[in-house]
Each structure stands twice: as C-alpha cells, then as structure tokens.
Design a protein around this ligand. Structure first.
Ligand SMILES: *Cc1c(COP(=O)(O)O)cnc(C)c1O
Length: 387
C-alpha cells in the first residue's frame, strides 16, 4: 500500500536533480577560527557568525555561576515562572545597551522577528519589507496577515511610491535588516528614518549581524547612522557577534508591554535556561570593555575586501565583516566552496532560495580571532576568479 508520505521521495529527488539538496554537517569542536572540525575534518573556519570570538570561552564563567544558582532547565513560559533574575537583568541591561526604555528577551532572533511583526500589524494593515530581508522577517510578515509590499533592495524611491499608494488609515510598518546577512551590505538607515517619520510609518530594524560590531560603542548600525531615536523598534540577536543565544526586541516601554501580551513566540515558548541569559549579560559587558575586538575586525575586513576586489572577485556592495564572493552559477559556487574545503578552509556556499537565482556565492564571515596568516591562507586557497 502507498504510504501517504511517499511524495517526499519525489520531492527530494527533484531537489537533488536541481543540485539544491542540502545536507547536515556535524561539528566536533568549539566554534573557533582554527580549532574547528566539521564532519571530523579539521578546517580553518570562515563560516561562523561569532564575529567577536566570544562563543567558545569568554562567557563560560557566567554560565557556570548561573547554573550553580538556577540549575539548567527553566521549566516554564516566561509569563508563568520561567523568567529568572538573569532574564530580568538581561532585559534591563539590553535596554540600557540599546539606549531604549525597555527590552524583551526572546528564545531566538527568529522568534523575536516573527513575534514582533505579527504583534505590530494585522489584517487591514500594510508592511513594507526590503527584498533582501531575512527569512524570519518574511515569515513574520506572512504570519501577521497584513498586506505585504516588498520593495526592491534598498530602493528608497520605490518605498516612497508604495507608501504614497498605500494611503493612510491603516497601520504601516517598514521593516529592514540593517546589515544584510548574505551580501554584507547595509540599509540606508538615515533615509529610512526620515521616510518613516514623513509617512507616519513604524520603523523596525533588525540588527542581527551588526550588534556588537558597528557603531562607536558597538550598538550597531543605527548607532553609526545616528538614528537611535525614540520611535524606532530594534530587533537583535545574542547569537551572532555576542556569541551567546537568543533574540531581543528593544524600544518604548509600551511596545514591550504590548509584546508581553501579544507576541506568541515569546510566551508560548519555554524561557531559555538562565545560564543562556547570563552568557548574554556577560557578552554585553565585553562589548563595552573590549572595543578593540570590533575595531580590529572591521580593519581586517576592509583589507580583505580590498584584496579580493584587486584580485578580480565580485564582492557586491559589502562594507562589512560579511563578504560574499559572488560566483553566479549554483554548481560553480559549490565547486568553489569544495575547492576551499579540500584546501582545508571552510567557507559555506550559498545558493537559491537563500539568494536569487544566478547569484550563488561563497560567504566569507570574518571574525576577530582570525590572524593575518589565516586570512592569507584563505586568499591563497581561494585563488582568483579564473583558477
Ligand atoms: C540570524 C538572523 C536572525 C535570527 O537570529 P537567531 O538568533 O539566529 O534566531 C534574524 N535576523 C537576521 C537578519 C539574521 O541574520
């Protein structure tokens, strides 16, 4: 008899034939630049979002202290006893860090985006979303049941046209990544803030890859662009540069009170272990105490981008530690990634649907922990576009 799941075989076959089958790899070491093994192979790691090098060691003392005090599992929703003193302290410290009235800690950055967007707009409202936004923003828009208007990547005149056409009378939300996760380019935040205020729209900025890295004080690209004003809704994650885990929304106190009541991914999910919040608290302190990490990282990233350009690689509009080496064809991008891997260097290949068709790339993520020698080895192994 046919099994109702038989269709999956065909669907997987199809993926495999189009060269888009993904498979899991297994890491047997900490997330570190050079002490890194994937599928039992030692590799030089240029695939990590641990941009400041906090993930493997720096947060452990805080984790141990929290486990001693609160144990491991949190055992309940944050509304029903799962939220510990560490979570509460992390929320007020995140608000202070972001310069906002208040903040709320979510199980992940994904949950923060989905929960926040779906709480801000609903049926009858309109969301304006950049074409390169992260999947969690896209899913939040869908879940909200608001009308979703996708504007061309960073195209402010198209955004304005859509805002004019949408008319007034409904809630409007503009949502964008600040640092785009696949191409390492940035949103025009000052223009977006202007437009949002001119058209009376809410503005939500996802700083997932920028928190801890950009801005004089490491607060992200909103800080650098000088748009950290009151109405802004900021989303971030503790899971990338901060080397910990979990997501947050920061903004006005009334926004956070609303999310506590409405954001289903917040209160229908068990609070993360206290120790996770403790690690995030320690990471925020390190961003304040060790500015040289972000400074060195950004200097190294600038040099690497220059060298790649000189060698004829297309790195798009990257101005950050995320450097796409754009190859174009899917299979060709996977071949570049395999060549690197054979040479002992891990740089993940990224293909559709994560990037548009014909724009497959290998994505170099630079971290504070990479030495000049390691960056040279990446360049040598990568070679030139015609190798
Ligand atoms: C990674 C990412 C998220 C999700 O954050 P997690 O904490 O990993 O769930 C959200 N937005 C953007 C832009 C991201 O790159």
């Amino acid at each position: 008899m046919a099994d109702p799941l038989d269709w999956i075989d065909q669907a997987l076959d199809q993926l495999s034939k189009s060269g888009l089958m993904r498979s899991l790899s297994t890491r047997s070491t900490p997330q570190s630049p050079s002490r890194f093994e994937l599928n039992q192979r030692p590799l030089l790691n240029f695939g990590s979002n641990d941009y400041l090098g906090f993930a493997s060691e720096n947060l452990l003392e805080a984790v141990r202290a929290s486990i001693d005090r609160y144990g491991w599992g949190s055992g309940a929703s944050p509304l029903l006893g799962g939220r510990s003193e560490d979570h509460a302290a992390l929320e007020s410290e995140t608000a202070r860090f972001e310069g906002t009235e208040s903040a709320l800690v979510f199980p992940s950055g994904f949950a923060a985006n989905v929960g926040c967007i779906a709480s801000l707009v609903s049926k009858g409202d309109v969301v304006f979303s950049d074409a390169h936004n992260h999947a969690s923003i896209i899913d939040g828009c869908r879940l909200s049941r608001a009308r979703v208007v996708v504007y061309a990547h960073n195209d402010m005149s198209e955004l304005k046209r859509h805002l004019r056409e949408a008319g007034s009378g409904t809630r409007r939300l503009i949502v964008t990544d600040s640092l785009f996760s696949m191409h390492g380019d940035v949103a025009p935040l000052a223009d977006l803030a202007d437009i949002a205020s001119r058209y009376q729209a809410m503005l939500m900025v996802d700083e997932a890859h920028a928190t801890g890295v950009f801005g004089q004080r490491g607060r992200g690209l909103c800080e650098r662009a000088g748009v950290a004003e009151g109405g802004l809704i900021r989303v971030g994650t503790y899971s990338k540069a901060l080397g910990s885990h979990g997501g947050f929304v920061a903004g006005q106190a009334r926004l956070i009170r609303w999310l506590v009541n409405r954001a289903r991914p917040y209160f229908f999910s068990t609070a993360a272990p206290s120790a996770v919040a403790a690690a995030s608290r320690a990471a925020l302190q390190l961003v304040d105490r060790q500015p040289h990490r972000r400074q060195t990282l950004l200097e190294n990233a600038e040099r690497l981008r220059e060298t790649l350009r000189e060698r004829g690689w297309n790195i798009g509009n990257s101005t950050s530690q995320i450097i796409p080496v754009i190859v174009g064809d899917d299979q060709a991008a996977m071949r570049v990634s395999e060549r690197l891997s054979k040479g002992g260097v891990f740089v993940p290949g990224i293909r559709p649907p994560t990037v548009p068709i014909g724009q497959a790339l290998v994505r170099v993520s630079l971290s504070y922990g990479h030495s000049d020698e390691q960056i040279d080895r990446l360049l040598q192994t990568l070679g030139g576009p015609d190798d």
